[in-house]
Design a protein around this ligand. Structure first.
Ligand SMILES: Cc1cc2nc3c(=O)[nH]c(=O)nc-3n(C[C@H](O)[C@H](O)[C@H](O)COP(=O)(O)OP(=O)(O)OC[C@H]3O[C@@H](n4cnc5c(N)ncnc54)[C@H](O)[C@@H]3O)c2cc1C
Length: 188
């Protein structure tokens, strides 16, 4: 399945000074702030290709620094809860939902990227009717599990033709970019 981890980080802390009374998405900073247990949870980052969920200090500091530009009067006071998590991401940023081809009775609902919680209810509602009644909801068409099948095969073939080794499991775009001979040493 064409998935990569988009690793994100969050820090939850009590603090002094005013905090937002409702969740905010700070678009330019690419950070979200949510009131949480009398404090604030700040989350962000989308590290592609991460291999583990370790909570590294540097990106967490980065997320906090970005948010604090918008919260100049808020100062976190310890102790803070620091978390990291791997969000399943797809090449076209759409989730993969539906019956798995070639495996009758197997279904998948993954790849929501940063919107796992948001998309969960609608995903469950649409998938339930497919699993229980065999009714393929038309709304699920853009999320078909087999949509990368042919393109994935073509990218792997191009990669070998251009002299690449066996491509690591990953998504189509990443495989094609590694194979660009006109930009040696640089991503395409
Ligand atoms: C930094 C960050 C920010 C996010 N922001 C948003 C957002 O703004 N909006 C949004 O919609 N989504 C967001 N998401 C995505 C969202 O958090 C996830 O989609 C959602 O939490 C997935 O829920 P889940 O119950 O499937 O899995 P999880 O929340 O991961 O829960 C799985 C649970 O199972 C436990 N577990 C794992 N293995 C075992 C085992 N073998 N035995 C027993 N227990 C086990 C784990 O400890 C965990 O508690 C964000 C994710 C991250 C990392």
């Amino acid at each position: 399945m064409r998935l990569r981890a988009g690793k994100g980080y969050s820090i939850t802390a009590l603090g002094t000074g005013p905090v937002p009374t409702h969740p905010l998405k700070l678009i330019e900073a690419n950070v979200a702030c949510t009131p949480f247990d009398g404090g604030l949870r700040i989350s962000g980052m989308f590290e592609l290709g991460a291999r583990d969920g370790a909570g590294r200090a540097r990106p967490i500091r980065h997320v906090l620094r970005r948010a604090r530009r918008y919260l100049p009067d808020w100062t976190p006071t310890g102790p803070a809860v620091r978390l990291a998590g791997m969000r399943p991401a797809t090449p076209d940023s759409l989730p993969i939902i539906g019956a798995v081809p070639g495996h009758p009775g197997l279904f998948t609902a993954t790849g929501p990227g940063t919107l796992g919680l948001t998309l969960a209810p609608a995903t469950a509602a649409l998938l339930a009717s497919l699993v229980l009644d065999g009714r393929d909801a038309p709304e699920l068409a853009p999320f078909a599990p087999d949509r990368f099948g042919r393109a994935g095969h073509r990218a792997r073939t191009d990669h070998h033709r251009l002299g690449g080794g066996h491509p690591a499991p990953g998504w189509v775009g990443a495989v094609v970019r590694r194979a660009r001979p006109d930009r040696p040493g640089r991503p395409g």
